[in-house]
Design a protein around this ligand. Sequence first.
Ligand code: AMP
Ligand code: MG
Length: 352
Amino acid sequence: METRVIFQSEDHIDTNVIKEAGKLIRAGELVAFPTETVYGLGGDALNAFSSAKIYAAKGRPSDNPLIVHICRFEDIYRICSEVPETAVRLARAYWPGPLTMILPKADCVPKETTGGLDTVAVRFPSHPVAQAFIEAAGDFVAAPSANASGRPSPTLAKYVLEDMDGKIPLIIDGGPVGIGVESTIIDLTQEEPMLLRPGYITREMLAQTLGEIDQDQTMMESNPTGRPKAPGMRYRHYAPKGQLTLVSGEARKVASYINEQCRLAHVEGHKTGALCTWENLALYHADEIDSIKCIGSRASQESIARELYRALRECDDEGLEVIYAESFSEEGLGQAVMNRLLKAAGHQMVEF
Ligand code: AMP
Ligand code: MG
């Protein structure tokens, strides 16, 4: 199958392109599209065969449920059998936006879409191209991130093409995404709301709307005793092909450790890399490290979220085998950044 890539600016949406993309979804095909978080791989959420195609294209385990994307709040009542008042409050505060809510599913949502569960994940994205596309597609688009399973989520259309070329007919290229990490997931099916995956909508922000909320205890742990409540969080995720280690502590100590480790790995014949922030860039020795990558500024957690997956993909493109990264505070958006980094590193961390 030939995969076409068509550019769509947020400011001038070409209705013909969106109509064509919608038609493909209605015909049971898959289309990748931009959202404010990362690129999604979309299919008709109410068509079991489309969901099966998504799992096949990604190589995703079929017990890892998909997120259903909607383009107006009211549509939540068509795919959820119950919508608690907490969901309405959260929607008022953060929709459209990077927040996914887990709710009891209505009968029309096939189990193929929900990975066999009786609950469904729902999100109303804010990206104008995503909204137009969802409407053209018939209002309910099931979409996980548009990467091959296990690879970092795509933040640029070229990364979608890398993973999906020949597997899907169309990629809508909306340029670089704004946020760069996947949506926050909150489970509203239990007595107490529970954070299952940290994202741009932080725990602190959710607490402002709902009061103090629980979080899945397995979320930031290296050897979780329980099973993560979001099935997708069980899998090795977001990972570069090389071996990644996080290093935390005072900036100079971190940098000199990374310089030394990279020098040693280089002597052993490995290609090395360091992921660092602008503030500390000058501390790293270009003659000891094959590739030094800046992943944003410590002054802006947003910049780090936006750059992270691109940097991890570039590590693969450059064939880096031994990679070290600075580590970050888990406050605010830092929790999402550290959750992804810890997973990418298989929780390998050196602390000073
Ligand atoms: P992705 O879109 O690739 O980020 O994957 C969707 C994420 O949502 C995965 O981590 C899933 O496990 C999670 N998810 C989707 N539906 C549910 C659900 N019904 N209950 C819990 N987690 C879910
Ligand atoms: Mg994903």
